[in-house]
Design a protein around this ligand. Structure first.
Ligand SMILES: [Zn+2]
Ligand SMILES: [Zn+2]
Length: 455
């Protein structure tokens, strides 16, 4: 099998991997780098020029995995897009929203090439889709060759799948973004237990040590106590959350705490637009496929209100009423609701900012977590520097597997080769060193940009 990582940076970046196996040319994911703007945010699709793709496999619908899909299909209109049934419903909404965000960025930051695609292109993707329900193997034939593909439940978010490819007795497994523990909204990953030839795995949390005596319940209790203490003081809480997955999980955590009478009463809860749109889709998926534990009645139970622009127009200005803001983005990316709300809350010691997911160190969220109270924090795109007086804390409710757990799975597969993807350099290095030590017969590949490998 030949493969090439099309991601232009050795970070989480724009996920996209090309593999050529037998007669088949396949791309796994077609993402967009959330930390870059314009054409730089795309994978290096130029490297596919001489190939005709047969299949594009989509592991899940976060933009770092699907943001460049319409561009890939522009040059490869013969390729079929394989995705889980929930992803088929979620994907057009995520890409539609990406267009809106790109248009804002064009107007506000002068990125002329934005948007990189239009709504018609998104709706025309529908004709290329082929649904892959979890656990159901499909066989694809080409010339005298055939390949078997199976999607498996991956935890992480609704619709997320790992992908197993079988070709002439060889088994290659793509981890996608994976979470093994159960969430309230979704059971943990159900990975195959078999010997693999090649494992292509994410490494997101390679640089995050397991906390001693830590349990998810303790993290949840800590978050609820922090919310209650903040609201009692008359302050507000910001929970930056990815609109897809984390936001619905946070709402479920709040609703659980409300039912157990652990959450302070009558508190105002506000969510941002895309997260609310996805609540409807999750409700539909739950009714149609029963894959997730989520009902849209949660919005009524918690009396959730949509975020209004007026709430974040004036950085430094206190909200009119104590509020829990569950708004995107999870890493407090510039110009998103969480970035703007943080600018309103950060200078008041009565407020709290509670991160609940993975935060890249180079994003505003990662920078804020690394900052010290009393120092000032620059909101670059708002042109404002604000003193950090609010309580800032990270609660470990990440949608990615803990590194030790993922490492153990990798070792158990006992593959001939492991390819590291989807992680900062330092995270890849941790996995590289541990695997070298504990799986000495396995070839470990941390792919260099633009290099083709034969494994
Ligand atoms: Zn993801
Ligand atoms: Zn990802």
């Amino acid at each position: 099998m030949y493969f090439k990582d099309l991601n232009n940076s050795k970070t989480i970046g724009a996920n996209s991997l090309f593999i050529s196996i037998g007669s088949f040319n396949i791309v796994v994911d077609a993402g967009m780098d959330p930390k870059l703007a314009g054409l730089k945010a795309l994978p290096n699709f130029d490297q596919l020029e001489k190939f005709s793709l047969d299949l594009v496999l989509i592991t899940h619908c976060h933009l770092d995995h699907i943001g460049s899909l319409p561009i890939l299909l522009r040059d490869q209109p013969q390729a079929r897009i394989l995705l889980s049934p929930p992803s088929r419903l979620i994907l057009p909404i995520m890409l539609d929203n990406a267009i809106t965000v790109m248009k804002h960025q064009r107007d506000e930051r002068g990125i002329k090439e934005y948007p990189l695609y239009g709504k018609t292109e998104i709706s025309s993707l529908e004709e290329f889709f082929l649904e892959m329900p979890n656990g159901r193997t499909k066989v694809f034939k080409k010339l005298n060759d055939e390949i078997r593909i199976t999607f498996v439940h991956d935890g992480h978010i609704c619709g997320a799948s790992g992908v197993l490819i079988e070709h002439r007795h060889r088994k290659i497994f793509f981890s996608g973004d994976v979470l093994f523990r159960d969430q309230i909204t979704l059971p943990g990953a159900l990975w195959p237990k078999e010997k693999l030839d090649v494992l292509v795995m994410e490494t997101t949390r390679g640089n995050t040590k397991r906390r001693e005596n830590h349990s998810i319940q303790q993290e949840i209790n800590g978050l609820i106590s922090r919310i209650n203490a903040t609201i009692e003081k008359g302050g507000s809480v910001l929970i930056p959350s990815f609109a897809l997955g984390r936001m619905q999980e946070v709402l479920s955590i709040l609703n659980d705490a409300r039912k157990k009478k652990q959450l302070i009463k009558n508190v105002r809860i506000v969510c941002s637009g895309l997260g609310l749109t996805l609540v409807d889709v999750f409700d539909k998926i739950s009714k149609k496929y029963g894959l997730i534990n989520f009902k849209k009645s949660i919005l009524k139970d918690l009396n959730v209100k949509p975020l209004l622009k007026i709430e974040y127009l004036h950085p430094g200005k206190k909200p009119a009423e104590s509020t829990i803001f569950v708004v995107s983005s999870g890493m407090m990316t510039e110009n998103t609701p969480s970035y703007n709300i943080a600018a309103c809350l950060l200078n008041d010691s009565n407020n709290s900012i509670c991160f609940v997911g993975y935060c890249d160190k180079d994003t505003p969220g990662g920078k804020l977590l690394a900052s010290t109270k009393g120092h000032s924090f620059l909101f670059d795109t708002l042109n404002r520097s604000i003193e950090i007086n609010a309580h800032v804390e990270h609660f470990d409710l990440s949608g990615h597997a803990e590194r030790d757990e993922l490492l153990q799975h990798a070792i158990d597969f006992n593959p001939r080769a492991i390819v590291l993807t989807h992680g900062e350099n330092v995270s890849r290095e941790w996995f590289f060193d541990e695997l070298l030590d504990r799986s000495p017969n396995t070839k470990i590949v941390d792919p260099e940009i633009g290099i083709e490998y034969n494994i």
